[in-house]
Design a protein around this ligand. Structure first.
Ligand SMILES: Nc1ncnc2c1ncn2[C@@H]1O[C@H](COP(=O)(O)OP(=O)(O)OP(=O)(O)O)[C@@H](O)[C@H]1O
Ligand SMILES: [Mg+2]
Length: 327
C-alpha cells in the first residue's frame, strides 16, 4: 500500500530531520512491512497539506500528528482535516480525540461505565462558577483540563488548602490558557496499560512507573521535569518497568483499562494511565487515545512484553484501521 506518515511540524519550513524521532521509526517499520512510504509534516498551512496529500495519494495515512501549529490540543483539528479529504487514517477521529482530551468530560463517561476516577472540579476560565463531581477531599491535584505531556504539572500541583488551590487554578488560567481541573490526589502505585484494536481490543501487560529513586520529600508524580528534563533528579529517579504483579491484579488493571478505552470510544490504539491504592482500588487518571508510539515508549515496551515486536505493532495498528474502514 501507499502509506503517508503524517506528523506535526514545528514550523512551516521544518526539515524532515527535525521531526519527532518516532516518525522515522514508524516509516522504517512500514517499509519493512512492504509498504511504499512517504512522510508529510503539517504546521498550520492547510493548503500546503492538501497539495502534499494530493501528490502522495496515500491509501492510508499513519497519523502521528499530536498538535496543530502551537496548539497542543490540535490533534483533533488534524484528524478533522483528514476527514475533510476523505482519507483513511490510523487512530482516533476528531470526536474521539476530543473526548479523551477533556479530562472532565472523560470522567463523566467513565462514571457511566462504573470505572473509578478521582473526584474532581473544573474551573473554567470564563464561567465565574465551577463544576464539581462530588464533595472533594484534600489534598487535591491541580492540572490543565486539556493539555497533555505533563504540561503545567509538577510537585506544586499537589495542594493542601483552598488558598493554594486557587493560586494554582489562576496560574493555569494565566500561563496555559486552559481550564483547570482539580482532582483528589490518589496516593499509590502508578501503571500504564496499552490497548490495541477495536471490537475485542487487546490489553497489553501493565507497565509500572518505578519511583524508587525519586527525591525523598517530593510528591511521587510524573510532572514535566520527571518526563522531560533529563538532568533533573525527578527524571533520573523514575523509570518505567514491566509490572511485576499477581495475575489477579494484572487482570483487574486490564479489565478497567478496557472499560475506559471503550467508554471513550478510542480507535485502534491507546494507553490508559491508572493508580492503585494500598486498599486495592484502581483509579483511571486519564486515557490517551493515539498515544505516543516511539520505539522505547511504554506502549511499545508493553507490546514487546506481549510478544509483539515494533514492526509487528505498527502492522497491527495499520490492520485495525483498515478493518474499521472495511466495515
Ligand atoms: N489525581 C491524581 N492523583 C495522583 N497523581 C496524579 C493525579 N493526576 C495526575 N497525577 C500524576 O501526574 C502525572 C501526569 O498526569 P496526567 O497523566 O493526567 O497528565 P498528562 O499531561 O495528560 O500526561 P501524559 O499525556 O503525558 O500521560 C500522572 O502520571 C501522575 O503521576
Ligand atoms: Mg498521563
Amino acid at each position: 500500500m501507499r502509506i503517508t506518515v503524517l506528523t506535526h511540524a514545528d514550523s512551516e519550513n521544518a526539515k524532515a530531520s527535525e521531526y519527532d524521532e518516532v516518525v522515522p521509526q514508524v516509516a522504517r517499520a512500514l517499509r519493512r512491512l512492504g509498504h511504499r512510504v512517504s512522510v508529510l509534516g503539517i504546521h498550520t498551512d492547510v493548503r500546503r497539506f492538501i497539495t502534499g496529500i494530493s501528490r502522495r495519494k496515500p491509501d492510508l495515512v499513519f497519523n502521528l500528528a499530536e498538535m496543530f501549529g502551537d496548539n497542543v490540543s490540535g490533534d483533533m483539528l488534524v484528524a478533522a482535516l483528514l476527514e475533510t479529504q476523505q482519507l483513511k487514517y490510523t487512530g482516533s477521529g476528531p470526536g474521539e480525540l476530543y473526548l479523551s482530551q477533556d479530562k472532565g468530560l472523560s470522567k463523566k463517561l467513565l462514571g457511566y461505565e462504573d470505572v473509578m476516577y478521582p473526584r474532581f472540579a473544573v474551573f473554567s476560565k470564563t464561567a465565574p462558577d465551577f463544576e464539581t463531581g462530588g464533595n472533594l477531599r484534600m489534598p487535591l491535584f491541580v492540572k490543565p483540563l486539556r493539555a497533555d505531556s505533563s504540561i503545567g504539572i509538577g510537585g506544586d500541583s499537589l495542594v493542601h488548602d483552598a488558598g493554594t488551590l486557587m493560586k494554582r487554578v489562576a496560574a493555569i488560567h494565566r500561563d496555559l490558557d486552559d481550564a483547570a481541573l482539580a482532582e483528589e490526589y490518589i496516593e499509590g502505585r502508578e501503571f500504564y496499560v496499552g490497548v490495541l484494536g477495536n471490537g475485542m481490543p487487546l490489553a497489553l501487560p501493565p507497565i509500572e512507573v518505578d519511583f524508587t529513586g525519586f527525591p525523598e520529600n517530593a510528591p511521587k508524580v510524573l510532572g514535566s521535569r520527571a518526563k522531560w528534563v533529563k538532568r533533573s533528579a525527578e527524571y533520573k529517579g523514575t523509570k518505567s518497568v514491566l509490572a511485576d504483579l499477581p495475575d489477579e491484579l494484572k487482570a483487574r488493571l486490564q479489565k478497567v483499562s478496557l472499560a475506559a478505552y471503550r467508554a471513550l470510544r478510542v480507535r485502534d490504539y491507546g494507553r490508559v494511565d491508572l493508580r492503585l491504592t494500598n486498599t486495592g482500588d484502581i483509579y483511571v487518571l486519564e486515557v490517551n487515545a493515539s498515544c505516543y508510539l516511539e520505539a522505547s515508549s511504554e506502549f511499545a515496551m508493553a507490546a514487546d512484553a506481549a510478544g509483539i515486536g515494533y514492526v509487528d505493532l505498527i502492522g497491527k495498528i495499520v490492520g485495525s484501521a483498515l478493518a474499521r474502514y472495511r466495515k
